[in-house]
Design a binder for this molecule. Structure first.
Ligand code: ZN
Length: 68
């Protein structure tokens, strides 16, 4: 059974304010221990970086799973 957000590629942790690859397996991203209430999923990096608005993006790219 697929979870509803399985097709989403990027994940914003609204607590740490970092954008991760949703399927990152890098332990430094700590996706496993992230609380669901802090997770927001996006299809594209552009969308993630324009959340909640382009002028005032909340999160920055994770330096472990999104190097550039
Ligand atoms: Zn990461």
């Amino acid at each position: 059974m697929d979870k509803p957000q399985n097709h989403k590629n990027y994940l914003v942790n609204t607590n740490s304010k970092k954008i991760h690859l949703a399927n990152s397996t890098d332990g430094r991203c700590k996706i496993e221990s992230m609380r669901d209430e802090y997770k927001v999923y996006f299809d594209t990096l552009e969308e993630a970086m324009a959340y909640p608005s382009k002028e005032r993006p909340l999160a920055k790219k994770c330096s472990f799973c999104l190097k550039n």
